[in-house]
Write a protein that binds this ligand. Structure first.
Ligand SMILES: Nc1nc2c(ncn2[C@@H]2O[C@H](COP(=O)(O)OP(=O)(O)OP(=O)(O)O)[C@@H](O)[C@H]2O)c(=O)[nH]1
Ligand SMILES: [Mg+2]
Length: 261
């Protein structure tokens, strides 16, 4: 059985780092996994990609050859990935790995919010089970209205890629433990989050207080797991949340051995 884990999030939120730590975590638990680098513009990676989209298309070369700017080159690159999708898919599936971690491009709006990015994902995943991990950068999430906009982004990403998702609150090693608890509390209690937002300066939004609360109740449906890609904290919980999605309900773990869990 092959399961796909698609790592998504805004630029610099920690996708590449999380992909790397998650693969080490899976391998440490004797769970066979590969990483696919889907970012045609990345220069250095902290992991050795098993499948690297830069073997098919390189955004920097494209910039030099075509004179396109960085965004244009990334858009063209993703379109070129789609043109090479059969080969890429064959390479990914040839590993017959239990888990395929997909590290997506940094400029998320050019990937998730255009037509081709979700098509690339859909073609790669086929009928396999998949889970998305959407990163919320905790250094950004300390301000309540930032947390609201991050949740809106998570929801709109879900609308684009249409796979069940869990959120990972990344970089918690950079925050005081009290702040991490505060963010988690706001995520678990939409009422507290809406109160905090309304207490901010320039708090006026297009929604009234009741509407905001209704919106927040809808947006906080995703399970959020606090993690650090530096210390490895939170990965037991993240893995469990991913498994809950992949197992599709009651069964917590799949049939793969997980001795330490
Ligand atoms: N302290 C700390 N730094 C982190 C963590 N995760 C990522 N970083 C740092 O944040 C920066 C961005 O991390 P990446 O993993 O490259 O993030 P990304 O989302 O893949 O970035 P792009 O693909 O460029 O959008 C790097 O300097 C990482 O070292 C974390 O959990 N804790
Ligand atoms: Mg990256």
């Amino acid at each position: 059985m092959t399961y796909f884990i698609v790592v998504l999030g805004t630029a610099g939120s920690g996708k590449t780092s999380l992909s790397s730590v998650l693969q080490s975590y899976l391998l440490d638990h004797q769970l066979d996994s590969i990483i696919v680098n889907l970012d045609p513009a990345v220069e250095e990676l902290p992991y050795e990609p098993d499948v690297d989209v830069r073997d098919y298309v390189n955004a920097w070369d494209l910039m030099k050859k075509t004179g396109l700017g960085p965004n244009g080159a990334l858009i063209a690159s993703i379109d070129m990935i789609l043109a090479n999708i059969e080969d890429l898919k064959e390479e990914v599936w040839s590993y017959k790995s239990n888990y395929v971690i997909i590290d997506t491009p940094g400029q998320m709006e050019l990937f998730a919010f255009r037509q081709t990015g979700p098509l690339v994902l859909r073609a790669l995943i086929g009928d396999a089970k998949s889970a998305g991990v959407f990163l919320l950068d905790s250094t950004f999430a300390t301000q309540p209205s930032n947390l609201l906009s991050a949740l809106l982004l998570a929801a709109s990403t879900h609308v684009r890629v249409r796979i069940p998702m869990v959120c990972a609150l990344s970089k918690i090693d950079l925050l005081e433990p009290g702040l991490v608890s505060k963010i988690m509390n706001m995520l678990e209690n939409p009422e507290d989050l809406s109160t905090e937002i309304s207490m901010e300066k320039d708090a006026r939004l297009i929604w009234g207080q009741d509407e905001l609360l209704t919106l927040l109740e809808k947006l906080t449906v995703f399970t959020t797991i606090p993690v650090s890609n530096v210390s490895g904290e939170g990965f037991d919980d993240l893995y469990a949340a991913i498994q809950r999605i992949l197992a599709g309900g009651e069964d917590y773990y799949t049939e793969e051995p997980s001795p330490a869990l």
